[in-house]
Every structure is written in structure tokens, then in C-alpha cells.
Design a protein around this ligand. Structure first.
Ligand code: PMP
Ligand code: GLU
Length: 398
């Protein structure tokens, strides 16, 4: 009998596809390590250093042996810093003892929320194109994503309120929103938020709001946390983390703020999955959050300059329609060639032009025909990537 045959892969893995963003990031790293002159615009992570005072606090924590398990809710000082941040920046009052839990990245914040809050067969509405992980995470929780596809209209991604209303049925339990949005760069307007919140209230749903890009906004836009909107606190789950605003992706720290009952269920889930988030990393993150938004503002200023550079440069690439990013740090251009197959184009770009971008099809309905790239990379790389794109797409239909 062969030993190999005893190793089975669970049926549930058939609903979990690999993350296109993470897998392509891994591939790009491997190609670079093998000596290829690749420009990696696949993964979304700021090219800035984590805040120095956070690094100092985490180092100090390591040196003073703060290296043991900590509370499964997160260390008290980080939870307190989160509560103060939510009050100061988002106008939200959450009790750090009962209503906040620290997680291993916003990814685990989302997955444990889905696992703790959804029953098999529940449906959850996502506006698509949507971040690659929502649908597989919902599937892991035996729930189903219902797509409300957005379309490009006048250079902005918009959804049809009729389609949103039609997507709600008796199995619908929640709506997920992500504003500023990965991958489209869309920022939901006050009118759009009011409409979504109205649907959530009328149909007695939960609103799960992924606010990881909240500070990365352009042209004077402001972020609104839906939990602060009238009557929404009790039905909203706010997800956030340290990865994007503080350039702390590798620290793997996120958090959930919600009603105490749901937070307790997430804590129970976390006790079985991870015990707690990394102890010394939380010491650093507490300092970063308390330190305010000066570094964040500088980083966003730099992203805004890169975005403006791209708007200019894409005028020389008529084969691509480049919707202006309103927030986050992603470009999501549309390939004008009719029937363009984004995985094929992305593969050609990788091999021939040595530029790594994520095919739009990975982001669900409405994504096909687009490419997603991160402009949170070195400005010199952006410039070289634009040169290569210009050459690659020369002669393609306009
Ligand atoms: N939400 C969105 C929309 C994202 O783009 C990401 C990507 N990093 C995450 C959540 C997860 O972030 P992290 O786990 O690094 O906190
Ligand atoms: N969120 C980033 C992205 O979309 C990082 C990779 C991931 O977590 O998906 O590229």
C-alpha cells in the first residue's frame, strides 16, 4: 500500500482557490530571486518602512522578554490605543475590554468574523470587482457570496441600486463593503453609503466594513465609518488593521470592533485558531496608533504624487482606460481590446514585459478585461513599468 494515498485533501478545499494576489506576489519574488529584472506591482503593500517608534517599542518588548502568550483579546494597551483611535478618527465609542479584539492581520479579523457570525447557506452581498479573499473566506464559513457587480460609468465604478435591492433575499445576512476599495480605487460616496445602510436596516442585515484603506484618500475626500451612522452601531462590524496605513504588513496585526456578544464569539474562535496575536508586535502597534497620523499623511502625499504621475503617463497608453483612483493605492485599468482575456494578458506582461500585475478576473464579476497593479512601489519602478507598458501595448486597439 502506498503511503502517499493516505494523505487526503478535504472536500472544503475545492471551494478555496489560491489567492491570486498572494500567489502572484510569491511568483514575482521567486522570479526576482532567479535574476529576472521584474517590476513587481502585484501585491498591495506600502514600500515605506514601519514607524521607527513602533520598531523601537517592539524591540524593547523582545529584549525585556515580552515573548509569551498574551490575552486572546489582545494586550490591554493595544486595545486601549485602538479604542482611542476609533473615537478620535472615526467618531466611534467601543469598550476596549469587551468590544475590541486584536487578530492576526485584518485577514483573520474577516475570516473569524465570517466563521463566528454566519451559518451554512447564509448569503453575503459583496460589490464586485472585490478583493480576492472575501469569496473564498465566505466559502470556508459555508456561506455564499452574492455579487452586486459594479460598472465603469464616466470614469467611476458605480452599482445599480435596483441590483442591490434584487440581491437581497431571505437567506441574505450581511453586506460587506470596502471603501476605499481594493481593487477599483473607488471611494463610496455619502449617497452610496446612505443607500447601502438603508438596505442593511430595511432587511435587518449586518454590515461588515473593511476600512483597511481608510486613510489613503485623494483630492480631499473624507472617510466615513458606517458604524457612526444613525442606528448602525449595533449592526456593524468594523474591520481594520496596521498593514496599510502604518506600512506594517509583516507584523500581521488587525482588529475587529463590534458588539460585545459577537466579539466574544470571535475571541472563542481565535482561542482555537491562533491563541492570540504576536505579543511583542502588539507593543509596537500600540505605540504606532497612539503616535497619530503624521507619517500616514506623508505617505499618502507621496501616493497622491504617484497617482498623478500615472494619470499623466496613461495618456500615452491609449490601449488602456485608466479610471482615476479615488483612494487606496491600486490602478485598475481596462484593456480596451474587445474580449481581452486578463489572465492571458497578465501572463504575457509578466513574461514579455517583466511587469507583474494581477488579472482583473481574479476579483470576480466585473473584473474581467481589467488589470490590477499596486502603485505603492518605488517611483523609479513606476516609471520603468510605464515605459514597458507603453511599449507592450503599442498597436493594441484604442
Ligand atoms: N482587506 C483588504 C481589502 C485588503 O486589500 C487586504 C490586503 N492586505 C486585507 C483586508 C488584509 O490585510 P492584512 O491581513 O494584511 O491586515
Ligand atoms: N491585500 C493585498 C492585495 O490585494 C495583499 C495581498 C492580499 O492579502 O491579498 O494585493
Amino acid at each position: 500500500m502506498s503511503v502517499g494515498s493516505a494523505l487526503q485533501i478535504a472536500d472544503r478545499m475545492s471551494v478555496v482557490r489560491e489567492s491570486a494576489t498572494v500567489a502572484l506576489g510569491d511568483k514575482a519574488r521567486a522570479m526576482k530571486a532567479a535574476g529576472r529584472d521584474l517590476i513587481d506591482m502585484a501585491g498591495g503593500e506600502p514600500d515605506f518602512d514601519s514607524p521607527q517608534d513602533a520598531i523601537a517599542a517592539a524591540t524593547q518588548a523582545l529584549q525585556s522578554s515580552f515573548t509569551h502568550y498574551v490575552s486572546s483579546r489582545g494586550i490591554p494597551e493595544f486595545r486601549k490605543a485602538i479604542a482611542e483611535k476609533l473615537r478620535r478618527e472615526n467618531g466611534l465609542a467601543y469598550d476596549p475590554e469587551r468590544e475590541i479584539v486584536v487578530t492576526v492581520g485584518a485577514k483573520l479579523a474577516l475570516l473569524s468574523t465570517f466563521l463566528a457570525a454566519l451559518n451554512p447557506g447564509d448569503e453575503v452581498i459583496c460589490f464586485t470587482p472585490a478583493w480576492v479573499s472575501y469569496e473564498p473566506m465566505l466559502a470556508l464559513a459555508s456561506a455564499k457570496m452574492t455579487a452586486v457587480p459594479m460598472r465603469l460609468q464616466g470614469g467611476r465604478f458605480v452599482f445599480d441600486p435596483g441590483q442591490l435591492a434584487a440581491a437581497v433575499n431571505r437567506r441574505t445576512r450581511a453586506i460587506v463593503i470596502n471603501s476605499p476599495n481594493n481593487p477599483t480605487g473607488k471611494v463610496f460616496t455619502d449617497e452610496e453609503l446612505a443607500l447601502i445602510v438603508g438596505t442593511v436596516r430595511d432587511a435587518n442585515l449586518m454590515l461588515i466594513t473593511d476600512e483597511i484603506y481608510e486613510h489613503i484618500l485623494y483630492d480631499g475626500r473624507k472617510h466615513t465609518s458606517p458604524a457612526a451612522m444613525e442606528g448602525m452601531r449595533a449592526r456593524t462590524v468594523t474591520i481594520n488593521g496596521m498593514s496599510k496605513a502604518y506600512a506594517m504588513t509583516g507584523w500581521r496585526l488587525g482588529y475587529v470592533a463590534a458588539d460585545a456578544k459577537l466579539v466574544s464569539a470571535i475571541v472563542t474562535m481565535q482561542q482555537q485558531m491562533t491563541t492570540c496575536a504576536t505579543s511583542f508586535a502588539q507593543k509596537g502597534a500600540a505605540v504606532a496608533l497612539a503616535g497619530g497620523l503624521t507619517d500616514v499623511a506623508q505617505m499618502v502625499e507621496e501616493f497622491a504624487a504617484r497617482r498623478d504621475f500615472l494619470i499623466e503617463r496613461f495618456q500615452r497608453i491609449p490601449a488602456l482606460e485608466f479610471p482615476t483612483p479615488e483612494g487606496a493605492f491600486y490602478g485598475f485599468p481596462r484593456i480596451r481590446k474587445p474580449g481581452a482575456d486578463s489572465p492571458v494578458v497578465a501572463a504575457q506582461l509578466l513574461e514579455e514585459a517583466e511587469v507583474a500585475m494581477v488579472p482583473g478576473s481574479a476579483f470576480g464579476p466585473g473584473g474581467e478585461g481589467h488589470l490590477r497593479f499596486s502603485f505603492a512601489c518605488a517611483p523609479s519602478d513606476l516609471e520603468r513599468a510605464c515605459d514597458r507598458l507603453e511599449k507592450f501595448f503599442a498597436g493594441w486597439p484604442k
